[in-house]
Design a binder for this molecule. Structure first.
Ligand SMILES: Nc1ncnc2c1ncn2[C@@H]1O[C@H](COP(=O)(O)OP(=O)(O)O)[C@@H](O)[C@H]1O
Ligand SMILES: [Mg+2]
Length: 273
């Protein structure tokens, strides 16, 4: 018998080609003449893993995630998606990426379902997009996804400005899944939510990513959430990668180095993955 979510699943780990889902090689970004927002950052995501990018405000998390989808150009270095440089292959390389934004980045004038369908806009004609004339199979898929993330049919057909913060983030997750992504990038997806709602949205993100066999890179500044949800934690401070390990490796000293503004010593020993 088909389970409730069977129809949403891709074959398990279908995208796991052995190539890193996402790789950064000496990624460096300087805005104007300021200090580097990203400073020689290198790491590969492991396919299928849920990796948290942890760091205080201003440490470069958004810059790194935005660079991976081409919204920010690197000053130096390279980003590869499944082995292909995004600079060389551009939009094509990024088609397998779903993005969840901090504030949901939803269109308030559209319904939840229309927001989910908007993920398909780049591959649709502008006329269809303008008139919300999406093919019926896509509309059904959007409805199934919204049901999966816990929205009722009534909520799916409401304008998103009438939804709560948690419901909006659920819509954001459904939209990120619409394109069957191999990779999900989430930029502080729970920053504006209360602690209980934040946990339920993180749980949903992890569960749905697993169902899809999608690799996740999710930025957070909450240590407890990072430890509870991450398979692996990458720590950023002032644009530098200063930690790479599991939650259990985040010792008090390591945490002080990552978040304590007064610490002047070397943040902490980098833990090999
Ligand atoms: N568009 C921009 N123009 C100038 N400086 C920026 C811009 N975006 C980010 N920065 C700077 O880059 C650094 C990293 O910012 P950001 O990537 O937003 O960090 P985080 O997401 O961890 O808070 C900060 O010092 C920030 O002020
Ligand atoms: Mg940010």
């Amino acid at each position: 018998m088909q389970t409730k979510t069977e129809h949403l699943k891709k074959p398990p780990a279908a995208n796991h080609t052995g190539k890193a889902a996402l790789g950064f090689l000496n990624a460096t970004k300087t805005y104007g003449d300021g200090p580097p927002a990203l400073d020689n950052v290198s790491f590969d995501l492991k396919p299928g893993q849920f990796t948290v990018l942890l760091g205080p405000s201003g440490s470069g998390k958004s810059t790194l995630l935005r660079a991976a989808v081409g919204l920010v150009g690197l000053s130096a270095g390279e980003i590869r998606v499944q082995g292909r440089s995004i600079a060389a292959s551009g939009r094509q390389a990024r088609q397998c990426i779903g993005m969840v934004h901090q504030d949901g980045s939803l269109s308030d004038r559209l319904t939840a379902a229309q927001n989910v369908l908007s993920a398909m806009a780049p591959s649709m004609g502008w006329l269809r997009t303008l008139f919300q004339a999406y093919p019926a199979p896509l509309q059904r898929k959007a409805c199934r996804l919204l049901a999966r993330v816990g929205l009722t049919e009534d909520q799916a057909n409401r304008r998103v400005r009438e939804l709560s913060g948690g419901q909006r983030q659920r819509v954001g997750i459904a939209r990120a899944l619409m394109n069957d992504p191999d990779l999900i990038l989430a930029d502080e997806p729970v920053a504006s939510l209360d602690p209980a709602t934040a946990r339920s949205v993180m749980t949903l993100l992890r569960e749905t990513a697993r169902e899809y066999g999608a690799t996740v890179l999710c930025s957070l500044h909450q240590i407890d959430l990072a430890c509870d949800f991450a398979d692996r934690i990458i720590g950023l401070r002032a644009g530098k990668l200063v930690f790479d390990g599991e939650g259990a490796d985040l010792t008090p000293r390591a945490l002080a180095g990552l978040f304590d503004q007064t610490s002047t010593s070397r943040p902490f020993d980098v833990v090999s993955p």
